[in-house]
Design a protein around this ligand. Structure first.
Ligand code: ATP
Ligand code: ZN
Length: 299
């Protein structure tokens, strides 16, 4: 019997989101042993059960309240929501957090030798895709009538097989497209991984667990960008140096043994510190500049 007080979270079993999803949960302190072949992992130190499923199933598992939370790309989420709206099924969900992985885009790609100037050129064509609803919404918005050819995989070979004129698929580096002599002509959707929950509020015990998990995720996301900066600064240059530190509040200033003219400055920068910032700090007289990663953060 499943423990009704344990939070159920669905993640992709194996694919492009799997490693990053597991990594996020590990950074949140969940101890998950992943025995091969298991479809459900019980976190050992936290009341969370992780379900390992196909990414396409995650939105519906959450919308149907089989799972409380899910980690999924907005491409799959939005496609499912559009389909369920159309079929009159419950499509309630809320995006709790946008995450910093799973970035990709859904794009229309044409054979390289076919001219293209604007969406009008798609009129009357056959477009192969696994995302009929996102594509349909885009075409309707542009007033284009085209035939949507539904394929569940290997969409990029459809033009060569003669079953479509163009494709609408996820693209990353573009090397798959190049190999199939295709080029991107329109980006119709930009996707990133998100943490979702169902449309209805959780029971109090689960809501409490979800709150803790969300706060830990916030800490992980903040720490990903944040850096700890340490440097030596001439006292006179402090006001200028403080202005250069990206997103730092109230740095710690410490005396330097044996040198009255300089101090040590320590600060947490909430944004990335680039080489340009370090060079500017150096110009102001800063020296011994150290930038350290921050593993976790709780404000
Ligand atoms: P499944 O068997 O779970 O259905 P799949 O074949 O649909 O797997 P993957 O190729 O693993 O899927 O992609 C899963 C999700 O990862 C995509 O729906 C998208 O949200 C995201 N994704 C796609 N391409 C990339 C990419 N290049 N980089 C990062 N994330 C991506
Ligand atoms: Zn999938």
């Amino acid at each position: 019997m499943p423990d009704r007080n344990r939070l159920r979270l669905a993640i992709q079993k194996s694919g492009r989101l799997s490693a990053d999803s597991l990594d996020l949960l590990a950074r949140c302190g969940l101890r998950l042993r992943t025995p091969k072949g298991r479809l459900i992992i019980h976190a050992e130190n936290f009341p969370v059960d992780v379900l390992l499923v196909r990414d396409d199933d995650i939105p519906q598992l959450v919308m149907d309240e089989v799972c409380d939370l899910g980690l999924v790309g907005t491409n799959v989420l939005e496609e499912t929501a559009l389909e369920r709206h159309l079929n009159g099924a419950n499509a309630g969900y809320a995006i709790e957090r946008s995450l910093d992985f799973g970035r990709c885009r859904l794009a229309i790609a044409m054979p390289e030798d076919r001219p293209y100037s604007d969406t009008g050129d798609l009129q009357g064509l056959r477009i192969a895709t696994s995302y009929p609803h996102l594509l349909g919404r885009f075409l309707a918005g542009k007033n284009v009538q085209a035939e949507v050819v539904l394929l569940s995989g290997s969409v990029e070979i459809a033009p060569r097989l003669g079953i479509a004129d163009v494709i609408c698929d996820l693209v990353d580096s573009g090397s798959t497209l190049e190999a199939n002599k295709l080029r991107v002509v329109e980006t119709i959707f930009r996707s990133t991984a998100v943490l979702i929950r169902g449309g209805r509020p959780l029971a109090p015990e689960k809501a409490h667990t979800a709150d803790i998990l969300l706060r830990r995720i916030d800490g992980v996301l903040k720490a990903a960008e944040a850096k700890y900066i340490m440097l030596h600064a001439p006292k006179a240059a402090l006001p200028e140096i403080k202005k250069l530190l990206p997103g730092a509040e109230n740095p710690t200033i410490l005396p330097l043994a044996g040198d009255d003219t300089k101090v040590a400055l320590h600060a947490v920068c909430s944004e990335a510190v680039f080489w340009e910032t370090m060079e500017a700090l150096k110009k102001c007289g800063a020296s011994s500049i150290l930038i350290l990663p921050i593993e976790k953060m709780m404000l």
